[in-house]
Design a binder for this molecule. Structure first.
Ligand SMILES: *Cc1c(COP(=O)(O)O)cnc(C)c1O
Length: 381
């Protein structure tokens, strides 16, 4: 059986976790958390990185820091994971969904302006599959209308737009280290903070509303409760697991990229014959091979292909059910403008297995099965 995802593992994880246990440093903000934060800061050139318990929590922190409140509107795609919207719904805001571009499945930058009202407070671009949104246009709009940009870069670590790391354009950027992402700590994430003046508030919100971070750095002699907050810091054991992968980030990314390129090469003839569509990576975008997807003609064809791959011991999956069609999306949000592509494209998209240690032979095998399916599928009709 070829799994759809296998959590990344490099071999050093247990050694690092053992070190935490033996040194009795298992709570948050220990040595490994610091190493991870510094690695991300160096790598992305962000001003500050704070490791969190999830990308969902990083987005919640960003919503709190941006002062999102009841009655505010936040522009985002409907084609995304629930957390993108949840973080703002928790603050009483309304997600305003805007249609996506069919080529990248990202928020259509040309439809944002029409969705802006006097209640709009933020734009949340989601960099789907680690391929960047059109950030020049989005940042220009945000500047002109004084909106906060919070990037859902859950899938975007190691990706860039015009040479700049994803997650570093907006005031806040959110990474995920869930086990399905390129680098993992089981459950975890990171908040990237662009502006120096927001660091202290972020540290306070992450530490239950206290200034404990300052206390740990020896800047004050006792800590106290000074604002609202929650507990958004992960155990150092989880950070130890993550660090084992960050150290090998180049190698992991290169291995994923080799699989991605092999899929693309193998399936190109099917795309040229007009049977499927392949992912598009626009000029200026460097992606991280987070996922490989194809688009079938319609949902029936996709269901048949999933079944065929399963018969050949290959697990493939689809997502997302557009948020505006879900019960909570209807209750809390609204779609602005026409749903030209969100629903239609989401019903055609199929993700093929992609993980560190997937072999090129496995990719070839999967592609042979996809090609075989299309040979037969024509004949059956
Ligand atoms: C994975 C993912 C999230 C959630 O990440 P968690 O770390 O599981 O909270 C949010 N948004 C997108 C686009 C994702 O892919």
């Amino acid at each position: 059986m070829i799994a759809f995802n296998v959590p990344p593992y490099t071999g050093k994880e247990m050694e690092y976790i053992r070190e935490c246990v033996e040194n009795q440093k298992i709570c948050g903000d220990g040595p490994y958390t610091k190493k991870c934060n510094e690695w991300i800061e160096d790598r992305t050139h962000t001003t500050k990185c704070l490791l969190t318990t999830s990308c969902t929590h990083a987005t919640e922190m960003a919503a709190l820091l941006a002062g999102i409140k009841e009655g505010d509107e936040v522009i985002m795609p409907s084609y995304t994971f629930v957390s993108t919207a949840d973080a703002f719904v928790l603050r009483g805001a309304t997600p305003v969904f805007v249609d996506i571009r069919p080529d990248t499945m990202n928020l259509d930058e040309n439809l944002i302006e029409a969705a802006i009202t006097d209640r709009t407070r933020a734009i949340v671009p989601v960099h789907y599959a680690g391929v960047s949104c059109e950030m020049d246009k989005i940042m220009e709009l945000a500047d002109r209308y004084h909106l906060t940009v919070i990037e859902d870069a859950a899938q975007g670590i190691m990706s860039s737009y015009k040479g700049k790391a994803l997650g570093t354009f907006g005031e806040y950027g959110c990474f995920s280290f869930h086990e399905t992402k390129n680098f993992s700590m089981g459950e975890g994430g990171a908040l990237l903070i662009r502006d120096k003046e927001n660091i202290e508030d972020a540290e306070i919100i992450r530490e239950k509303g206290t200034n404990r971070s300052k206390y740990y750095r020896g800047q004050i002699d006792k800590y106290t409760w000074i604002n609202y907050g929650s507990s958004y810091l992960p155990s150092d054991m989880n950070a130890a697991y993550l660090y084992a992968q960050l150290e090998r980030a180049e190698e992991i990314t290169a291995a994923r990229m080799a699989c991605w390129d092999r899929y693309y090469e193998n399936l190109l003839p099917l795309a040229q014959a007009g049977r499927i569509e392949l992912p598009v990576v626009p000029e200026g975008c460097v992606h991280n091979a987070h996922m490989f997807y194809i688009k079938t003609k319609d949902i029936e064809e996709r269901t048949a292909l999933i079944g065929c791959l399963k018969e050949h011991d290959i697990l493939s999956v689809f997502h997302y059910i557009p948020l505006h069609t879900a019960p909570a999306g209807q209750k809390f949000g609204r779609f602005h403008g026409e749903d030209r592509y969100t629903t239609k494209e989401s019903e055609r998209l199929l993700r093929l297995p992609m993980f560190y240690r997937l072999t090129l032979e496995q990719v070839d095998y999967i592609c042979r099965q996809v090609k075989g399916f299309y040979e037969r599928y024509t004949n059956e009709r």
